[in-house]
Design a protein around this ligand. Structure first.
Ligand code: THU
Length: 176
């Protein structure tokens, strides 16, 4: 991807990036292992601590060696202290299996305020955390997104959700 100076009218060039994902009608279209992972994420929704938002997020991730790690959103009366379900699982994986790349993350949402909550994409902070995990292990992370409706979103690399991402390379620049 080319990064251009946006204020340079002499060399201005338009860059477009696309996000590719599949929309599946239901779980039957998933492979057996992806389906099991999504069902694991669904089962984690009931363990969310979400007394403020009433929005329950369960996640289950599969490491390259097949280990499954789970998480759910954990809120706090001081709202910013709370952590999203996918980051609970991702950081647990980093803490317990630092050398294992993450292969796939399944995320499933449900709301106490809505009868059938549709699948939701990860928030910006989670996109940043997942993107860094891809860089760290030099391996794309697949995402499976589900909700209470049957529709499922599938993408092959989570970093597509964060174009022009900030990463460690920006911290390593030195003065001449
Ligand atoms: N939440 C997640 O767990 N993951 C996301 O990607 C979006 C939001 C949680 C945070 C909070 O506990 C609740 O959903 C409402 O924002």
């Amino acid at each position: 991807m080319d990064l251009y100076l946006w204020n340079s009218h002499l060399t201005m060039k338009e860059v477009q990036e696309t996000v590719a994902y599949q929309i599946l009608e239901n779980k039957a279209e998933l492979s057996p292992s992806d389906r099991a992972l999504l069902e694991k994420a669904e089962s984690q929704r009931s363990l969310a601590y979400a007394p403020y938002s009433h929005f329950h997020v369960g996640s289950a991730l599969r490491l390259a060696d097949g280990t499954i790690i789970v998480g759910s959103n954990q809120e706090n009366a001081s709202f910013p202290v709370g952590i999203c379900g996918e980051r609970v699982a991702l950081f647990a994986a980093g803490a317990q299996y630092p050398d294992q790349p993450v292969d796939t993350i399944a995320i499933s949402v449900a709301s106490e305020e809505e009868d059938l909550a549709p699948a939701a994409a990860p928030c910006g902070m989670c996109r940043q955390a997942i993107a860094e995990y891809e860089v760290r292990h030099q391996r794309p992370i697949r995402l499976i997104l589900g909700g209470e409706t049957s529709t499922i979103y599938l993408m092959e690399s989570a970093s597509q959700l964060l174009p022009l991402a900030f990463d460690a390379s920006f911290l390593q620049r030195k003065k001449d």
